[in-house]
Write a protein that binds this ligand. Structure first.
Ligand code: AVJ
Length: 323
């Protein structure tokens, strides 16, 4: 088979500055101000997120990575040969490599991410490290309708959607179910879904993961305002907002906010927004699941459980579903 060593094709559906502006302004006009979490990931935000993944308190990444490493021979056997691997929110591609090292005769790798420079850098690295692999990145906001490259160009036996990191936790449960349905459409029979899910656990463990001592998560949260300042001509004063993250065990989710520490007005272009002291911008939800409830949700979306792997503390689950 041919040797590449470079990105075979790149599909750029990156949200335009106008789309970014529209969503930010609409979110700040709501009675309870909110900005979608997908906008964290500019180049600096992606780098800060990679730093979060290395934090002692952030158990998610190391737990999921160990699960993948420990079980990849079995995963590879269950997935079989000639897989077309589609990864959502591919980030730095570190977990992907665990699969790429073991999956035989992979047909193509399609990383999908909203963070363009980060995606291109990670895809280029992977193309160089796996020269026989067709790497066709897609930069897109996959929470919206999006088009894929023509998969039929490459011969493959089954499509596998890989969605690690508990990124699904950023969706509300209803949105998550819709996403699982969408993933079933994208995979199609005899497709599969390999997905990482963070589970409900001791609230103090979860709280610590989103309030790290070094303040990396705070910097990640505040970077959103810095990004809006530079890309949308805004004047957020980063010293007048602070990071807040709190796990609500009843709702089963971490809510992340930026809290205005004083009454203030902020300008974005020629629009003005007022903040009361203590008023917040809701920037992220990170839902934690009960494993049985998550499997039931996947079932409603058309998936059948094939196998689930969990760590000994039952902090995290990697689930393999088939159609
Ligand atoms: C990438 C959505 C899985 O919710 O844990 C990390 C993002 N936010 N620290 C998460 C995040 C704050 C992360 N996800």
């Amino acid at each position: 088979r041919p040797s590449y060593g470079y990105i075979v094709s790149f599909h750029d559906l990156h949200p335009t500055p106008a789309a970014f502006r529209e969503e930010v302004v609409a979110g700040l006009r709501r009675p309870r101000k909110a900005i979608p979490a997908k906008f964290f990931y500019d180049q600096r935000g992606s780098a800060l997120f990679d730093e979060i993944c290395q934090l002692e308190e952030y158990y998610l990444t190391r737990t999921e990575t160990a699960l993948l490493e420990n079980h990849v021979p079995e995963i590879a056997t269950l997935l079989g040969e000639d897989v077309l691997l589609i990864e959502y929110g591919s980030g730095n591609g570190r977990k992907t490599r665990i699969l790429l090292d073991c999956l035989p005769n992979l047909a193509a790798y399609v990383p999908v991410d909203i963070s363009k420079d980060h995606l291109l850098a990670a895809a280029t690295d992977i193309a160089q490290a796996y020269p026989y692999l067709r790497v066709t990145p897609v930069c897109a906001d996959y929470t919206r309708e999006m088009a894929f490259p023509d998969f039929e160009e490459f011969p493959y036996r089954r499509r596998v959607v890989f969605f690690p990191g508990s990124t699904i936790g950023n969706f509300t449960p209803d949105e998550a179910e819709d996403f699982l349905r969408h993933a079933a459409d994208v995979a199609g029979p005899p497709g599969a879904l390999l997905i990482g899910v963070d589970l409900k656990k001791d609230p103090t463990v979860i709280d610590a993961a989103y309030n790290d001592k070094r303040g990396v998560t705070a910097a990640f949260n505040l970077n959103l305002l810095h990004r809006i300042n530079t890309e949308l001509d805004a004047d957020f004063d980063l010293r007048a907002f602070e990071h807040r993250a709190l796990y609500d065990p009843v709702q089963g989710r971490v809510e992340m906010h930026l809290v205005s520490t004083q009454p203030q007005t902020v300008r974005i272009g020629d629009e003005v927004f007022t903040f009361a002291e203590g008023e917040t911008i809701h920037t992220e939800d990170s839902h934690k699941y009960d494993l049985a409830a998550f499997q039931a949700m996947a079932g409603r979306a058309g998936w059948t459980v094939k196998r689930v792997w969990q760590d000994s503390l039952q902090y995290f689950a990697v689930c393999l579903f088939t159609l």
